[in-house]
Write a protein that binds this ligand. Sequence first.
Ligand code: SF4
Length: 285
Amino acid sequence: GLVGESGCGKTTTCHTLVRLLPPSARILSGSIELMGENLVTKSQAEMREIRGRRIATILQDPMASLDPLFSIGDQVAEPVYYHQALRGGRLRQRVKELLTAVRIPSPETRMKNFPHQMSGGMRQRIVGAIALAGGPKVIIADEPTTNLDVTIQLQYLNLLKDLQRASGVALIFVTHNLGIVAKMCDKVAVMYAGKIVELQSVRGLFYNPRHPYTRALLDSIPKLGTKDPLYAIPGAPPDLSNLPTGCSFHPRCSRTMQRCRDEEPSEQYLGDGATTRCWLPIEEA
Ligand code: SF4
């Protein structure tokens, strides 16, 4: 899971992972490791082979991913044709299997439909079928349920989880909804102002958050059965082009001290693969 408020850099991180940044953007440092290879050093021609076959994406708005002028069957067939070199009857059979895997009823009939003839939930499932088509090792799902009704959201989350378990694909689930994180994720990275400020197991994150921002996010979740006023993190997220000095969270943090204003915190290892970026992390429970 990758979690954080709107505008903290989650989507830019996703675009970076698949090297689909706008021309003005530069990767200045770091690496993107996938199956022993560093994607930062790959050419765009190499990335075209990697995208879909090894790493695929599901975006928030399915209409941004689907072409209104092509039938559903053609759009699911394209990555199968390209990545798995299937043709004729075998290609058609594979498309039918993918539509069945994402629980599209009457797949033979639906293959002839166009995106506008389907509901939002069905369109998002079609995008899921396209993501699976190349047999990727990683799928990045960037807020895939944001535009769906709540009941359809749950169905879609269950579908993604079932597909993940059945295929063994790794899922990077991007969201600002901590309830979805609890349901979907094993390990969670919390982002603030363009940086990962905490990395924890999902259990550790909910029961023993170590970064004050994570604690504040958890405190902001409305609780049933209480008349206490709803907590909101004071202030607003910073402008990413004009970050505060030191720790970017210091103007909003209840634990701020002088060092927080002066020095940017480095990453600290907390054990068990967990990390935080804070000069005064919350004590271990
Ligand atoms: Fe708060 Fe300081 Fe930690 Fe930043 S470094 S989160 S300001 S305690």
